[in-house]
Design a protein around this ligand. Structure first.
Ligand code: ARG
Ligand code: ZN
Length: 485
């Protein structure tokens, strides 16, 4: 624990009798703490995240029994106050909070909706690093998103899977649940012996005592809360290394052993491509930003989509195909390392990840990215006419509401924006920009404006810069189908 050099002022017992006004008037340093905000004003999810502090580290210790569906958790949160705080919030959905301590002292807390408000015994000073510990338990919920998809805690036959895009992480741990506050994580899960518990990062310890096994996973690089995952159940796990000549990256895969044989073998074949895809991605996007890679494929929990959970994307068996694997691995650069500042910037994730699929196709004997772009523009990409039309529903950087943050324009038209950049600046400059962008904002946060400014700055000449401004106007922000492909 690191703490600021401040000396904490403890109010003498006699002061307790004074009125609150009199008490706060004596606060050392002169500036009173006030409560931190209950949200960070995300355009689509204003209550997500919290103001007044910045989390550096989450230490999560979870226990879960798939049979009773009971979760017990201790979240140890190390954070720095960004203002003088009399109280602060954490996001938490459901579950019962048993105890909260701040700096080892019991703190008062209250719940309202998905907000857990913590009132530390002593105010926290701006700049101070503090540790808050929350003990909780209960049955974690499955959350239905605005678009009808499921996230949070998904239950399967003797298994469970936790996923959190955009808001589901608060269904299994309290935190600052917004992509703008990334932190380092240690996630430890105890499950009945015989089952496995897999999470992001690298396995640092596995111990069995009294019929229960504890798996400890370490993430040295920062992670947004929506990318945290836990997969509990029987899994066939495999460890290997990417083939790259320079040292290589550890690969950790987990496959649901209950899948029918055909599906299982197909999944194994697809996951065997991880080293090749990683090598290809490093050539195109630059050095891999994390310490390990891999994938989790699960067919028990009815996850209707794949998700780029950090270092180990998760897939339902139906989505465990090469294209989706390329997409989710590309997200490790675009989304996971370079993370959106708000959910409005989601196209930066999905546009790049979708464009990665087009590039993979182009580099592996399939359609060129130009072919894909043209098919989308001409409206003969999808079999279903409605899907071809849906691309023009709204501009990728201006989704109308929370229900549309994962809609087609964010993916396909987002990728079309990336392709327009490539056509404008040429391949050499394009790859410099892609790699430069991933490097400049590595492990950070960026929004659409950061991106367009970065691209313009590195476009090469004024003529390209002018053309790019038109690309933003027509393709990124403009309504309807642009006239000029
Ligand atoms: N980001 C995921 C992917 O494209 C999809 C997440 C879908 N989630 C949702 N709430 N619709 O790889
Ligand atoms: Zn995606």
């Amino acid at each position: 624990l690191t703490r600021g050099p401040r000396a904490r002022r403890t109010a003498p017992a006699a002061l307790a009798a004074l009125t609150l006004t009199a008490l706060t008037a004596c606060t050392a340093g002169g500036v009173d703490g006030t409560p931190g905000a209950a949200g960070v004003r995300d355009p689509f999810f204003p209550k997500l995240g919290n103001g007044g502090y910045d989390v550096a580290h989450y230490g999560l210790k979870l226990g879960y029994d798939p049979e009773s569906r009971h979760l017990t958790g201790t979240a140890e949160i190390t954070a720095r106050a960004t203002k003088n705080l009399s109280a602060f919030n954490l996001d938490l959905k459901g579950l019962e909070v048993k105890e909260v301590t701040v700096e080892g002292k019991e703190a008062r807390f209250s719940r309202a909706g998905d907000e857990l408000t913590v009132r530390p015994r002593d105010d926290l000073d701006r700049g101070e690093t503090f540790r808050a510990t929350v003990r909780y338990s209960g049955t974690p919920q499955t959350v239905t998103d605005a678009d009808g998809s499921k996230e949070g805690w998904l239950k399967g036959e003797e298994s469970a899977l936790a996923v959190g895009e955009p808001a589901g992480s608060m269904a299994w741990f309290p935190g600052n649940n917004h992509p703008s506050d990334k932190a380092v994580y240690d996630i430890e899960i105890t499950v009945p012996k015989g089952l496995k518990a897999i999470s992001n990062g690298e396995l640092t310890n596995e111990t069995t005592t009294n019929g229960r096994t504890t798996f400890a996973w370490h993430n040295a690089e920062p992670m947004a809360s929506y990318l945290a995952t836990v997969a509990i159940g029987a899994y066939d796990t495999k460890k290997s290394m990417t083939s790259k000549s320079n040292s290589g990256i550890p690969v950790f895969t987990a496959i649901d052993p209950t899948m029918p044989e055909g599906k299982y073998e197909k999944t194994e074949k697809v996951l065997a491509k991880i080293p090749e895809i990683m090598d290809w991605a490093e050539i195109n996007f630059g050095d891999y930003p994390f310490s390990s890679t891999g994938a989790i494929v699960d067919d028990r929990v009815n996850l209707g989509y794949a998700l780029e959970t950090q270092t180990k994307p998760v897939f339902p068996a139906s989505d465990a195909d090469t294209s989706t694997l390329v997409h989710e691995l590309a997200h490790q650069w675009f989304g996971n390392s370079v993370t959106p500042k708000t959910w409005q910037d989601m196209w930066l994730n999905e546009g790049f990840a979708t464009y990665a699929e087009w590039l993979w196709e182009e580099d592996n004997g399939g359609d060129s990215a130009q072919d894909t772009f043209d098919a989308l523009y001409e409206g003969d990409y999808y079999e279903d006419e409605e899907d071809n039309e849906a691309i023009w529903d709204f501009p990728p950087a201006r989704q109308p509401d929370a229900a549309s943050i994962s809609d087609e324009p964010v993916y396909d038209r987002g990728a079309m924006v990336i392709h327009k950049i490539r056509k404008t600046v040429g391949d050499d400059t394009f790859y410099d920009i892609v790699q430069g962008w991933a490097k400049a904002y590595r492990h950070g946060n960026a929004n659409t404006k950061d991106f367009t400014e970065y691209v313009e700055k590195h476009a090469g000449d004024d003529e390209s810069r002018e053309e790019l401004k038109q690309v933003w106007a027509d393709w990124l922000y403009g309504d309807g189908k642009p006239d000029n492909p």
